[in-house]
Design a protein around this ligand. Sequence first.
Ligand code: EPS
Length: 393
Amino acid sequence: MIRFLTAGESHGPALTAIVEGLPAGLPVNLNEINHQMARRQKGYGSGGRMKIEKDAVKLTAGVMNGRTTGAPIAIQLPNIDYAKWHDRDIPPMTIPRPGHADLTGAIKYGYRELRLALERASARETAVRVAVGALCRQLLAQFDITIGSYVTSIGPITANIPPDMPYPKRFATAETNDLRCPLPETAEKMRIHIQHIMQTKDTIGGIFEIVALNVPPGLGSHVHWDRRLDARLMWAVGSIHAIKGVEIGPAFHNTTLPGSQVHDEIFLADDGQTLIRHTNNSGGFEGGITTGEPIIIRAAMKPISTVLNPRHSVNLATGEEAQTVYERSDFCAVPRAAVVGEAMTAIVLADALQEKLGGDSLDEMKARFANLRQARLDELPMDNTPWRFGYEE
Ligand code: EPS
Protein backbone atom coordinates (compact mmCIF):
# COMPACT_ATOMS: atom_id res chain seq x y z
CA MET A 1 0.00 0.00 0.00
CA ILE A 2 1.03 3.64 0.02
CA ARG A 3 3.34 4.62 2.86
CA PHE A 4 5.89 7.34 3.46
CA LEU A 5 8.64 8.42 5.79
CA THR A 6 10.11 11.86 6.31
CA ALA A 7 13.47 13.00 7.64
CA GLY A 8 14.81 16.45 8.36
CA GLU A 9 15.15 19.16 10.97
CA SER A 10 13.51 22.58 10.93
CA HIS A 11 16.79 24.48 10.47
CA GLY A 12 18.85 21.67 8.93
CA PRO A 13 19.86 21.55 5.27
CA ALA A 14 16.71 19.91 3.90
CA LEU A 15 13.60 17.84 4.42
CA THR A 16 13.39 14.49 2.65
CA ALA A 17 10.49 12.11 2.05
CA ILE A 18 10.34 8.65 0.54
CA VAL A 19 6.96 7.54 -0.79
CA GLU A 20 6.24 3.96 -1.70
CA GLY A 21 3.28 2.28 -3.34
CA LEU A 22 2.11 4.73 -5.99
CA PRO A 23 1.31 2.77 -9.17
CA ALA A 24 3.52 2.94 -12.25
CA GLY A 25 2.46 5.19 -15.10
CA LEU A 26 0.95 8.02 -13.05
CA PRO A 27 1.63 11.38 -14.75
CA VAL A 28 3.30 13.70 -12.23
CA ASN A 29 3.07 17.47 -12.54
CA LEU A 30 5.86 19.15 -10.56
CA ASN A 31 4.25 22.59 -10.92
CA GLU A 32 1.12 21.25 -9.30
CA ILE A 33 3.14 19.87 -6.37
CA ASN A 34 4.79 23.26 -5.93
CA HIS A 35 1.39 24.95 -6.16
CA GLN A 36 0.33 22.90 -3.13
CA MET A 37 3.59 23.89 -1.39
CA ALA A 38 2.74 27.56 -1.99
CA ARG A 39 -0.79 27.10 -0.65
CA ARG A 40 0.64 25.82 2.64
CA GLN A 41 2.87 28.88 2.90
CA LYS A 42 -0.01 31.35 2.60
CA GLY A 43 -1.82 32.13 5.84
CA TYR A 44 -2.36 35.20 7.98
CA GLY A 45 -0.68 34.96 11.37
CA SER A 46 2.61 33.44 10.17
CA GLY A 47 5.91 34.60 11.63
CA GLY A 48 9.07 35.64 9.79
CA ARG A 49 10.07 32.18 8.59
CA MET A 50 7.50 32.09 5.80
CA LYS A 51 9.08 35.18 4.25
CA ILE A 52 12.40 33.31 4.10
CA GLU A 53 11.30 29.96 2.65
CA LYS A 54 10.12 29.58 -0.96
CA ASP A 55 9.21 25.94 -0.86
CA ALA A 56 9.92 24.07 -4.10
CA VAL A 57 10.69 20.36 -4.29
CA LYS A 58 12.90 18.11 -6.38
CA LEU A 59 11.90 14.55 -7.22
CA THR A 60 15.16 12.63 -7.29
CA ALA A 61 13.88 9.06 -7.63
CA GLY A 62 10.85 7.13 -8.83
CA VAL A 63 9.57 9.66 -11.37
CA MET A 64 11.17 9.67 -14.83
CA ASN A 65 10.08 11.72 -17.81
CA GLY A 66 7.00 12.89 -15.97
CA ARG A 67 5.63 9.52 -14.88
CA THR A 68 5.99 7.28 -11.85
CA THR A 69 7.89 4.04 -12.42
CA GLY A 70 6.46 2.17 -9.41
CA ALA A 71 9.79 2.54 -7.58
CA PRO A 72 10.03 4.52 -4.32
CA ILE A 73 9.78 8.26 -4.92
CA ALA A 74 12.33 10.52 -3.21
CA ILE A 75 11.37 14.14 -2.49
CA GLN A 76 13.95 16.78 -1.52
CA LEU A 77 12.98 20.14 -0.02
CA PRO A 78 15.77 22.54 1.00
CA ASN A 79 15.50 24.78 4.07
CA ILE A 80 16.70 28.20 2.90
CA ASP A 81 17.01 29.28 6.57
CA TYR A 82 19.80 26.72 7.06
CA ALA A 83 22.26 29.22 5.56
CA LYS A 84 21.87 31.29 8.76
CA TRP A 85 22.51 28.36 11.09
CA HIS A 86 25.10 26.04 9.58
CA ASP A 87 28.30 27.76 10.77
CA ARG A 88 26.94 29.52 13.85
CA ASP A 89 27.57 28.79 17.54
CA ILE A 90 24.05 28.30 18.84
CA PRO A 91 23.31 29.39 22.42
CA PRO A 92 22.20 26.54 24.68
CA MET A 93 18.48 26.05 25.17
CA THR A 94 17.69 24.80 28.68
CA ILE A 95 14.25 26.31 29.52
CA PRO A 96 11.49 24.13 28.03
CA ARG A 97 8.46 25.87 26.52
CA PRO A 98 5.13 24.60 27.90
CA GLY A 99 3.20 22.91 25.09
CA HIS A 100 6.15 22.18 22.78
CA ALA A 101 8.12 18.89 22.73
CA ASP A 102 11.11 20.47 24.51
CA LEU A 103 10.61 18.79 27.90
CA THR A 104 8.93 15.56 26.80
CA GLY A 105 11.56 15.08 24.06
CA ALA A 106 14.37 15.47 26.62
CA ILE A 107 12.66 13.05 29.03
CA LYS A 108 12.17 10.55 26.23
CA TYR A 109 15.61 10.77 24.57
CA GLY A 110 17.83 12.05 27.39
CA TYR A 111 18.82 15.15 25.38
CA ARG A 112 21.30 17.47 27.09
CA GLU A 113 20.25 20.30 24.73
CA LEU A 114 16.53 21.04 24.21
CA ARG A 115 16.96 22.25 20.65
CA LEU A 116 17.42 18.65 19.52
CA ALA A 117 13.75 18.02 20.36
CA LEU A 118 12.58 21.33 18.90
CA GLU A 119 14.29 20.75 15.58
CA ARG A 120 12.51 17.53 14.70
CA ALA A 121 9.24 18.32 16.52
CA SER A 122 8.85 21.54 14.51
CA ALA A 123 5.88 21.86 12.19
CA ARG A 124 8.37 22.63 9.43
CA GLU A 125 8.11 18.88 8.73
CA THR A 126 4.56 19.40 7.43
CA ALA A 127 6.00 21.06 4.33
CA VAL A 128 7.29 17.78 2.95
CA ARG A 129 4.06 16.01 3.95
CA VAL A 130 2.27 18.41 1.64
CA ALA A 131 4.55 17.30 -1.20
CA VAL A 132 3.70 13.64 -0.49
CA GLY A 133 0.02 14.58 -0.34
CA ALA A 134 0.33 16.44 -3.65
CA LEU A 135 1.55 13.26 -5.34
CA CYS A 136 -1.37 11.33 -3.85
CA ARG A 137 -3.81 14.03 -4.98
CA GLN A 138 -2.58 13.48 -8.52
CA LEU A 139 -3.46 9.78 -8.22
CA LEU A 140 -6.89 10.63 -6.75
CA ALA A 141 -7.52 13.17 -9.54
CA GLN A 142 -7.27 10.31 -12.05
CA PHE A 143 -10.48 9.04 -10.43
CA ASP A 144 -12.11 12.51 -10.13
CA ILE A 145 -11.63 12.51 -6.35
CA THR A 146 -10.92 16.03 -5.07
CA ILE A 147 -10.06 17.40 -1.63
CA GLY A 148 -10.48 20.90 -0.25
CA SER A 149 -10.50 22.64 3.10
CA TYR A 150 -11.56 25.79 4.86
CA VAL A 151 -11.26 27.39 8.28
CA THR A 152 -14.44 27.50 10.35
CA SER A 153 -13.11 29.26 13.44
CA ILE A 154 -10.16 31.21 14.81
CA GLY A 155 -10.36 31.60 18.58
CA PRO A 156 -13.89 32.81 19.36
CA ILE A 157 -14.61 33.97 15.77
CA THR A 158 -16.77 31.37 14.04
CA ALA A 159 -17.87 31.25 10.41
CA ASN A 160 -21.56 30.34 10.32
CA ILE A 161 -21.40 28.70 6.91
CA PRO A 162 -24.88 28.25 5.39
CA PRO A 163 -25.45 24.47 5.26
CA ASP A 164 -26.51 24.68 1.62
CA MET A 165 -23.32 26.46 0.49
CA PRO A 166 -21.84 23.98 -2.04
CA TYR A 167 -18.44 22.56 -1.16
CA PRO A 168 -16.70 23.70 -4.38
CA LYS A 169 -17.86 27.26 -3.56
CA ARG A 170 -16.54 26.95 -0.01
CA PHE A 171 -13.15 25.79 -1.36
CA ALA A 172 -13.00 28.51 -4.03
CA THR A 173 -13.91 31.35 -1.66
CA ALA A 174 -11.51 30.06 1.02
CA GLU A 175 -8.77 30.18 -1.60
CA THR A 176 -9.33 33.93 -2.13
CA ASN A 177 -8.24 35.01 1.35
CA ASP A 178 -5.30 34.25 3.61
CA LEU A 179 -7.57 33.15 6.46
CA ARG A 180 -8.82 30.29 4.22
CA CYS A 181 -12.35 31.21 5.35
CA PRO A 182 -15.31 30.66 2.98
CA LEU A 183 -17.10 33.76 4.31
CA PRO A 184 -15.03 36.86 3.43
CA GLU A 185 -16.70 39.04 6.09
CA THR A 186 -15.86 36.50 8.79
CA ALA A 187 -12.33 36.27 7.39
CA GLU A 188 -11.88 39.97 8.16
CA LYS A 189 -13.11 39.45 11.73
CA MET A 190 -10.64 36.58 12.07
CA ARG A 191 -7.86 38.85 10.78
CA ILE A 192 -8.70 41.52 13.36
CA HIS A 193 -8.70 38.88 16.09
CA ILE A 194 -5.26 37.60 15.03
CA GLN A 195 -3.98 41.20 14.97
CA HIS A 196 -5.20 41.58 18.54
CA ILE A 197 -3.46 38.31 19.46
CA MET A 198 -0.19 39.59 17.93
CA GLN A 199 -0.47 42.90 19.77
CA THR A 200 -1.01 41.09 23.05
CA LYS A 201 2.04 38.87 22.30
CA ASP A 202 -0.02 35.72 22.27
CA THR A 203 -1.05 32.88 19.96
CA ILE A 204 -4.40 31.43 18.92
CA GLY A 205 -5.82 28.18 17.52
CA GLY A 206 -8.96 27.27 15.66
CA ILE A 207 -10.95 24.69 13.72
CA PHE A 208 -10.81 23.71 10.05
CA GLU A 209 -12.73 21.27 7.87
CA ILE A 210 -11.33 19.01 5.20
CA VAL A 211 -13.76 17.66 2.61
CA ALA A 212 -13.17 14.91 0.06
CA LEU A 213 -15.60 14.74 -2.87
CA ASN A 214 -16.44 11.90 -5.28
CA VAL A 215 -14.95 9.19 -3.08
CA PRO A 216 -16.62 5.95 -4.15
CA PRO A 217 -18.60 3.88 -1.63
CA GLY A 218 -16.91 0.78 -0.26
CA LEU A 219 -13.43 2.04 0.79
CA GLY A 220 -12.20 0.96 4.22
CA SER A 221 -13.67 -1.89 6.22
CA HIS A 222 -15.65 -2.67 9.37
CA VAL A 223 -13.78 -5.95 9.99
CA HIS A 224 -10.74 -4.71 11.94
CA TRP A 225 -9.98 -1.66 14.05
CA ASP A 226 -7.07 -0.63 11.86
CA ARG A 227 -9.00 -0.99 8.61
CA ARG A 228 -11.75 1.46 9.58
CA LEU A 229 -11.06 4.29 7.17
CA ASP A 230 -12.64 7.00 9.32
CA ALA A 231 -10.30 5.98 12.16
CA ARG A 232 -7.30 6.00 9.80
CA LEU A 233 -8.19 9.52 8.68
CA MET A 234 -8.57 10.71 12.28
CA TRP A 235 -5.14 9.28 13.10
CA ALA A 236 -3.54 10.88 10.06
CA VAL A 237 -5.06 14.32 10.65
CA GLY A 238 -4.44 14.01 14.39
CA SER A 239 -0.75 13.43 13.66
CA ILE A 240 -0.37 17.00 12.35
CA HIS A 241 1.49 19.26 14.76
CA ALA A 242 -0.78 21.03 17.30
CA ILE A 243 -3.91 19.13 16.22
CA LYS A 244 -5.55 17.91 19.41
CA GLY A 245 -9.01 16.90 18.24
CA VAL A 246 -10.50 15.37 15.08
CA GLU A 247 -14.11 14.48 14.36
CA ILE A 248 -15.86 12.92 11.38
CA GLY A 249 -18.80 15.08 10.29
CA PRO A 250 -20.58 16.93 13.12
CA ALA A 251 -19.70 14.10 15.55
CA PHE A 252 -19.74 16.12 18.77
CA HIS A 253 -22.91 17.99 17.77
CA ASN A 254 -24.55 14.62 16.94
CA THR A 255 -24.23 13.69 20.62
CA THR A 256 -26.83 16.36 21.45
CA LEU A 257 -29.47 14.83 19.15
CA PRO A 258 -31.51 11.62 19.27
CA GLY A 259 -30.62 8.91 16.75
CA SER A 260 -33.76 9.58 14.74
CA GLN A 261 -32.35 13.02 13.89
CA VAL A 262 -28.80 11.88 13.22
CA HIS A 263 -28.75 8.81 10.98
CA ASP A 264 -28.94 9.58 7.28
CA GLU A 265 -32.09 7.91 5.96
CA ILE A 266 -31.87 5.90 2.75
CA PHE A 267 -34.07 6.69 -0.26
CA LEU A 268 -34.47 5.54 -3.85
CA ALA A 269 -33.64 8.08 -6.54
CA ASP A 270 -36.03 8.78 -9.40
CA ASP A 271 -34.36 6.04 -11.48
CA GLY A 272 -35.80 3.49 -9.00
CA GLN A 273 -32.32 1.95 -8.66
CA THR A 274 -29.87 4.29 -6.97
CA LEU A 275 -29.77 4.42 -3.15
CA ILE A 276 -29.39 8.02 -2.01
CA ARG A 277 -29.25 10.14 1.15
CA HIS A 278 -30.57 13.64 1.68
CA THR A 279 -28.33 14.27 4.69
CA ASN A 280 -24.70 13.49 5.59
CA ASN A 281 -24.52 13.54 9.38
CA SER A 282 -22.26 10.50 9.20
CA GLY A 283 -19.54 12.59 7.53
CA GLY A 284 -19.28 10.03 4.73
CA PHE A 285 -18.79 6.83 6.78
CA GLU A 286 -20.86 3.94 8.07
CA GLY A 287 -19.02 1.06 9.75
CA GLY A 288 -15.65 2.59 8.85
CA ILE A 289 -16.58 2.27 5.14
CA THR A 290 -17.23 5.16 2.77
CA THR A 291 -20.88 5.77 1.89
CA GLY A 292 -20.12 7.74 -1.27
CA GLU A 293 -21.22 10.99 0.39
CA PRO A 294 -18.64 13.75 0.94
CA ILE A 295 -16.07 12.86 3.59
CA ILE A 296 -16.03 15.59 6.24
CA ILE A 297 -13.17 15.82 8.73
CA ARG A 298 -13.06 18.57 11.36
CA ALA A 299 -9.82 19.28 13.20
CA ALA A 300 -9.08 21.38 16.29
CA MET A 301 -5.69 23.10 16.46
CA LYS A 302 -4.38 24.32 19.80
CA PRO A 303 -2.70 27.73 20.03
CA ILE A 304 0.97 27.65 18.94
CA SER A 305 3.10 26.87 21.98
CA THR A 306 5.87 29.40 21.33
CA VAL A 307 4.30 32.42 23.05
CA LEU A 308 5.90 35.87 22.98
CA ASN A 309 4.68 36.56 26.52
CA PRO A 310 7.13 34.66 28.76
CA ARG A 311 5.65 31.49 30.27
CA HIS A 312 6.58 30.02 33.61
CA SER A 313 9.04 27.14 33.36
CA VAL A 314 12.24 25.76 34.88
CA ASN A 315 15.81 26.23 33.73
CA LEU A 316 17.05 22.66 33.60
CA ALA A 317 20.69 23.82 33.65
CA THR A 318 20.47 25.94 36.83
CA GLY A 319 17.61 24.11 38.53
CA GLU A 320 15.82 27.41 39.08
CA GLU A 321 12.33 28.45 38.06
CA ALA A 322 12.56 30.72 35.04
CA GLN A 323 10.60 32.44 32.29
CA THR A 324 10.69 31.08 28.73
CA VAL A 325 12.87 32.91 26.21
CA TYR A 326 11.05 33.83 22.99
CA GLU A 327 12.26 32.84 19.56
CA ARG A 328 10.69 33.73 16.22
CA SER A 329 7.55 31.69 15.55
CA ASP A 330 4.01 31.85 14.22
CA PHE A 331 1.04 33.50 15.95
CA CYS A 332 -1.67 31.50 14.21
CA ALA A 333 -1.11 28.59 11.81
CA VAL A 334 -4.70 27.36 11.38
CA PRO A 335 -5.13 28.41 7.70
CA ARG A 336 -1.88 26.67 6.77
CA ALA A 337 -2.63 23.56 8.85
CA ALA A 338 -5.81 23.10 6.81
CA VAL A 339 -3.67 22.53 3.70
CA VAL A 340 -1.60 19.97 5.61
CA GLY A 341 -4.89 18.31 6.61
CA GLU A 342 -5.80 18.03 2.93
CA ALA A 343 -2.44 16.38 2.26
CA MET A 344 -2.83 13.80 5.03
CA THR A 345 -6.36 13.09 3.82
CA ALA A 346 -5.08 12.60 0.26
CA ILE A 347 -2.40 10.16 1.45
CA VAL A 348 -4.86 8.03 3.43
CA LEU A 349 -7.51 8.04 0.67
CA ALA A 350 -4.94 7.14 -1.99
CA ASP A 351 -3.84 4.27 0.24
CA ALA A 352 -7.45 3.12 0.72
CA LEU A 353 -8.10 3.28 -3.02
CA GLN A 354 -4.95 1.30 -3.74
CA GLU A 355 -6.00 -1.23 -1.08
CA LYS A 356 -9.43 -1.62 -2.71
CA LEU A 357 -8.24 -1.77 -6.30
CA GLY A 358 -4.79 -3.35 -6.08
CA GLY A 359 -2.81 -3.03 -9.28
CA ASP A 360 0.79 -2.12 -10.02
CA SER A 361 -0.01 0.38 -12.75
CA LEU A 362 -2.49 3.20 -13.20
CA ASP A 363 -4.07 1.32 -16.12
CA GLU A 364 -4.77 -1.69 -13.91
CA MET A 365 -6.29 0.54 -11.23
CA LYS A 366 -8.50 2.32 -13.77
CA ALA A 367 -9.90 -0.92 -15.19
CA ARG A 368 -10.76 -2.11 -11.67
CA PHE A 369 -12.19 1.25 -10.64
CA ALA A 370 -14.68 1.06 -13.51
CA ASN A 371 -16.06 -2.18 -12.00
CA LEU A 372 -16.49 -0.98 -8.41
CA ARG A 373 -19.85 -1.91 -6.91
CA GLN A 374 -22.19 1.05 -6.61
CA ALA A 375 -25.03 1.72 -4.17
CA ARG A 376 -27.66 0.48 -6.63
CA LEU A 377 -30.38 -2.14 -6.29
CA ASP A 378 -29.21 -4.00 -9.40
CA GLU A 379 -25.70 -4.34 -7.93
CA LEU A 380 -26.93 -5.56 -4.54
CA PRO A 381 -28.93 -8.76 -5.18
CA MET A 382 -30.30 -10.30 -1.96
CA ASP A 383 -30.95 -14.04 -1.31
CA ASN A 384 -34.07 -13.03 0.62
CA THR A 385 -34.46 -16.51 2.15
CA PRO A 386 -34.10 -17.85 5.73
CA TRP A 387 -30.52 -18.89 6.58
CA ARG A 388 -28.42 -20.46 9.39
CA PHE A 389 -25.06 -19.60 10.90
CA GLY A 390 -23.80 -23.06 9.92
CA TYR A 391 -20.46 -22.92 11.80
CA GLU A 392 -18.41 -26.17 11.72
CA GLU A 393 -18.43 -26.67 15.55
C1 EPS B 1 7.82 26.13 14.13
C2 EPS B 1 8.42 27.37 14.35
C3 EPS B 1 8.60 28.35 13.23
C4 EPS B 1 7.57 28.04 12.16
C5 EPS B 1 7.78 26.59 11.75
C6 EPS B 1 7.27 25.72 12.83
O1 EPS B 1 9.85 28.24 12.60
P1 EPS B 1 11.07 29.18 13.02
O2 EPS B 1 11.45 28.71 14.39
O3 EPS B 1 12.15 28.89 12.01
O4 EPS B 1 10.57 30.58 12.98
O5 EPS B 1 7.68 28.94 11.08
O6 EPS B 1 7.08 26.30 10.58
C7 EPS B 1 7.76 26.31 9.39
C8 EPS B 1 9.02 26.60 9.24
C9 EPS B 1 6.93 25.95 8.25
O7 EPS B 1 7.44 25.77 7.14
O8 EPS B 1 5.70 25.80 8.46
C10 EPS B 1 7.71 25.17 15.24
O9 EPS B 1 8.38 25.36 16.27
O10 EPS B 1 6.92 24.18 15.14
